[in-house]
Design a protein around this ligand. Structure first.
Ligand code: DHB
Length: 385
């Protein structure tokens, strides 16, 4: 009989859980239902793709995902589920978080329980300042917006109207754009915030049109809001009026780009990931994701899920399977990974991500819509810190 089997039997005889010592539990808090269900699907499938590619055993321990549905932007639900993950499921890590409010709600629990917590999407700058046990592998809105303001000015644009979702990441995008564009000599001629829940984009977009800017800069969360905004932009004739559309990559996200249709052609955006990114790492990621879900193209949230698991695996490897919150954070601080988006690093001080930000244009590649990268801002830090 193998040694581990004997140990298991001993544990059984003494009434202890057999598997506990041999398993690393990764609690995933994600939006698995409701309007934002695609966020959870992308994040969890990205995590599963990593496990498919690299196997589910690290340092002799089996990696197990414990997935809980936050149902949408629901801080109270997220908080209760995080407590469950810590107290009942006894997870070693907490990961996930499509939406900012859920990440903010869980920060005090991460601190209290000393649980290494990895943000796979939520992108408000302040999140990583709310607990020393939080590290981020996704991005921040400020990080991708500042390059957009610089690119816009360089392209000769001087009068821009901003439209953002009215919550953390939208406020960051609005403020960052305004500051960076003004510093260069550009002017934000008007700004609008649209509600996160059930927005009616038509009147907002009309107001932007009426103030006759050269371009509109927009951030709304990926998915239905992005589709709603784009529809209104065309229906209200902004494109016809020659008003250019600039956005963060959330709006032309790979998950919905085909639903946007040819109207999206020519839209310029800045972001950290495009499914069209030319690299061996991305090719391997796309192949692994296709094995998990052949029906949908992975987006930046899927890459966040994938890289978050890469970070978990590296911590487990370096700690030889004995997870301790403080030691885990030490490993995460300064960690470098070869992501499908390019090289990334978790800043040792802020625990936030440093990465390339790409300027992209929506184009057809082999008959399908993609964000084609054409300029790179290298190793960008979160300017919000
Ligand atoms: C959030 C950020 C995003 O970029 C996005 O597309 C959706 C949600 C967030 O932080 O809530």
């Amino acid at each position: 009989m193998k040694k581990w089997m004997m140990l298991g039997l001993v544990a059984l005889a003494t009434g202890h859980a057999v598997a506990a010592g041999n398993t690393i539990k990764v609690g995933v808090l994600a939006e698995m239902s409701g309007t934002f269900a695609d966020f959870g699907m992308q994040i969890t499938n990205g995590a599963k793709a990593y496990m498919k590619q690299y196997g589910d055993t690290v340092a002799g321990k089996k990696i197990e995902l414990v997935i809980k549905d936050t149902t949408g932007p629901a801080p109270d639900v997220a908080k209760r589920l995080a407590q469950e993950l810590v107290v009942q499921d006894k997870v070693d890590f907490i990961v996930g978080f499509g939406l900012t409010p859920n990440a903010f709600a869980v920060a005090p629990i991460a601190t209290e329980a000393k649980k290494p917590t990895i943000i796979m999407n939520a992108a408000t700058s302040a999140i990583t300042t709310k607990s020393p046990y939080i590290a981020r592998v996704s991005f921040t809105l400020a990080q991708v917006t500042e390059p957009m303001a610089q690119w816009a000015y360089k392209s000769g644009l001087r009068k821009i109207y901003t439209v953002v979702a009215d919550y953390g990441p939208g406020h960051d995008a609005e403020q960052t754009f305004k500051k960076a564009f003004a510093r260069l000599g550009g002017e934000v001629v008007g700004e609008l915030r649209v509600p996160l829940k059930n927005p009616e984009f038509g009147p907002f977009v009309q107001r932007a049109k009426d103030s006759k800017p050269e371009a509109v800069f927009v951030f709304v969360p990926a998915g239905e809001m992005a589709v709603g905004f784009m529809k209104a932009y065309y229906e209200r004739g902004l494109a016809k009026a020659g008003i250019k559309l600039l956005s963060t990559g959330d709006v032309t996200d790979d998950g919905v780009i085909e639903a946007l249709g040819d109207n999206a052609l020519g839209v310029i955006s800045t972001h950290q990931y495009s499914a069209a990114h030319p690299s061996a790492e991305n090719k391997a990621f796309l192949a692994a994701y296709n094995q998990i879900n052949p029906k949908q193209r992975p987006n930046f949230m899927a890459v966040g899920g994938y890289d978050g698991m890469a970070a978990v695996y590296e911590v487990v490897r370096q700690l030889n399977g004995n997870i301790n919150g403080d030691k885990a954070m030490q490993v995460l601080r300064g960690m470098k990974l070869n992501s499908p988006r390019g090289p990334i690093q978790i800043d040792a001080e802020t625990r936030d991500i440093v990465q390339n930000v790409y300027v992209r244009e929506v184009k057809k590649v082999d008959g399908r819509l993609y964000n084609v990268e054409f300029e790179t801002f290298a190793a960008v830090r979160d300017p919000g810190k």
